[in-house]
Design a protein around this ligand. Structure first.
Ligand code: SAM
Length: 430
C-alpha cells in the first residue's frame, strides 16, 4: 500500500509513523508513506496556499491551484487508487471503511486546514470524503494519521499475524472481551479462573459471552449488526431481565380535548384495540404507567370492565401475559388527574411531551429527547392523542413537542397505536 499525503505541514508526519507496528511495516516494505508539501506547488513569490473566502466571513480557504497541481503531480500508480478528502462533513470513519480502504493499492489523502479546501477540489478530484468523528479539528493531519493507522492493520503481514485484526473489537460487530496478563493477582483482583484452566473450548465460550455483555452494556447499537447464535440471544435475554429500564416514563392516551377533522374540539370514544396495543407496547418498552384519560364516566366504566376482564376476570387465565400489559393502565377523567398521580408516585411533576402528526416550530427530535430522558431522573409523560390530534390548549401546556413520525412517503396517517409503538421503539429500543 502506498499512502500519498498532501499537507501544508509536512513536519507533522516526521515521527508519527516511525514507531511500532507502522514503523516496522514501512521498514519491511509493506507500506510506503510519501509526504507532499502543498506549498511547494505554489507559483507566486509568497508561496500562498490560502486565501479569503468569497462572500466574506471569517477564516481562510486552501486555494485550489496548488492543490490541483500536487494532485496532478502525484501519479496514480494503479487502477486501485483513491483520493480521500479528510473533512468533518464526510462519512464517519469506521472499522468497515478501514477494511474497504485496505483493498486499494494507493491512497491519496488530502489534509485540510483553516476553513477547509476550495469546493472545486472536492468536485474535481475527490473520490471519498471521510470524517473521523463529529467534532472539528484544526487540521486534517490528525485524521490522515488515524486513517493510515487503522487501514494498515488490515494489510496482510502488518500485524505479524494475519488473523489478528479480525479478533479485535468490531469483529462481526462486537466489542472484544477483556484481557488479563501476569501477575495472576493484582491489588486484590484476580484473573478469572476460566482463563487459567487451559480448557480452550470453555475459554472461547467465556470470551464470546464477555464480548456480548460488553457490547450489550456499552454499544447496544452494534448488536443489530451482528449475526448472533442462539446462545448469544439467550444471554442477551438474561441481561435484559437484569437491566431494569433506566428511565422514568409514563404514557397517556387523551380522548378530550382533541380535534375532529374540521379542527373542532371534541371527545372521542375508547378504542379497544388502542387500549390493548398501546398497553402491550408500553409493557414491552418499560414505561411505568399508561393513563387512559376520558371525561365521560360511562366510557371510563366501560373500559374499566374491559381491563377487569383481562386482569382479574376470565381473561386472566386465558391469556396471563395480557394482564402484565393491562396492569399498567390507570383510568383518569383528566390530564391533571394523571399529572397529580405521577407527582404522588415520583415526588415531582412530570415533564409533558406532546406527540402530534403535524410539523410545528421548535419540535424536539428523538435523539435529543432520548438523551434528556436518560440523563435525568425526573419523570416524563408522553401524550398520545386520538381523533385528529391533541387540542391546542394541551399543546400549550407541554414542555416539549415531539417531531412527528415520518416514513419514506408524504402519506402521514398512522393510527395512534402504530405511532405510539414507533415512538416507544425510537426512544427505548435496545
Ligand atoms: C477547521 S477544519 C474545517 C471545518 C469546516 N469549516 C467545517 O465546518 O466543516 C480544518 C480541516 O481539518 C480537518 N478536519 C477537521 N475535523 C475533522 C474531522 N472530524 N474528521 C476529518 N477531518 C477533519 C479537515 O481536513 C478540515 O479541512
Amino acid at each position: 500500500m502506498i499512502y500519498e499525503i498532501l499537507t501544508i505541514f509536512p513536519e507533522f508526519f516526521k515521527s508519527v509513523f516511525s514507531f511500532g507496528v507502522l514503523g516496522r511495516a514501512e521498514e519491511n516494505g509493506l507500506i510506503k508513506i510519501n509526504i507532499h508539501d502543498i506549498r511547494r506547488f505554489t507559483s507566486d513569490t509568497h508561496r500562498k496556499v490560502d486565501d479569503k473566502p468569497y462572500g466574506g466571513g471569517s477564516g481562510m480557504v486552501l486555494k485550489p491551484d496548488p492543490l490541483s497541481s500536487v494532485l496532478e503531480a502525484v501519479k496514480r500508480t494503479s487502477k486501485k487508487s483513491l483520493v480521500i478528502l479528510t473533512s468533518p462533513q464526510g462519512e464517519t470513519f469506521s472499522d468497515k471503511i478501514a477494511r474497504e480502504l485496505s483493498q486499494y493499492e494507493q491512497l491519496i489523502l488530502i489534509s485540510g486546514r483553516y476553513e477547509g479546501v476550495d469546493e472545486r477540489i472536492r468536485e474535481l478530484y475527490v473520490d471519498r470524503e471521510i470524517s473521523i468523528g463529529d467534532y472539528v479539528l484544526t487540521g486534517g493531519e490528525y485524521a490522515v494519521s488515524i486513517i493510515i493507522d487503522a487501514v494498515s492493520r488490515f494489510i496482510p503481514g502488518v500485524l505479524g499475524n494475519e488473523s489478528s485484526p479480525y479478533d479485535d473489537s468490531f469483529r462481526e460487530g462486537l466489542l472484544e472481551h477483556p484481557h488479563y496478563t501476569r501477575p495472576e493477582s493484582f491489588m486484590g483482583k484476580t484473573v478469572p479462573q476460566i482463563l487459567l484452566s487451559g480448557n480452550h473450548k470453555e475459554i472461547e465460550k467465556w470470551r464470546r459471552g464477555e464480548s456480548i455483555k460488553r457490547t450489550f452494556y456499552r454499544r447496544p447499537d452494534l448488536l443489530d449488526r451482528t449475526r448472533l447464535t442462539i446462545e448469544d440471544v439467550k444471554l442477551i435475554n438474561e441481561l435484559k431481565k437484569d437491566a431494569s429500564p433506566s428511565f422514568n416514563v409514563y404514557i397517556a392516551l387523551i380522548h378530550y380535548p382533541v380535534y375532529n377533522k374540521d379542527l373542532k374540539v371534541i371527545t372521542t370514544a375508547f378504542t379497544n384495540l388502542d387500549v390493548h396495543d398501546i398497553a402491550r407496547a408500553g409493557r414491552t418498552y418499560g414505561v411505568k404507567g399508561f393513563f387512559l384519560v376520558h371525561p365521560v364516566i360511562e366510557q371510563r366504566e366501560l373500559v374499566n370492565k374491559v381491563i377487569w376482564h383481562w386482569t382479574e376476570g376470565p381473561g386472566l387465565s386465558y391469556n396471563p401475559t395480557r394482564n402484565e400489559a393491562l396492569d399498567l393502565v390507570r383510568i383518569k377523567s383528566s390530564l391533571d388527574e394523571a399529572l397529580e398521580e405521577i407527582e404522588k408516585i415520583e415526588g415531582s411533576k412530570p415533564k409533558v411531551i406532546v406527540t402530534d402528526a403535524r410539523p410545528r416550530e421548535n419540535m424536539i427530535g428523538y435523539v435529543e429527547l432520548k438523551e434528556r430522558i436518560f440523563s435525568e431522573e425526573e419523570p416524563y409523560l408522553l401524550l398520545f392523542g386520538t381523533g385528529w390530534g391533541i387540542a391546542e390548549e394541551v399543546i400549550d401546556r407541554a414542555d416539549y413537542l415531539l417531531k412527528p413520525v415520518e416514513g419514506a412517503t408524504d402519506y402521514n396517517h398512522l393510527s395512534v397505536r402504530s405511532a405510539a409503538a414507533i415512538i416507544l421503539d425510537r426512544l427505548f429500543s435496545r
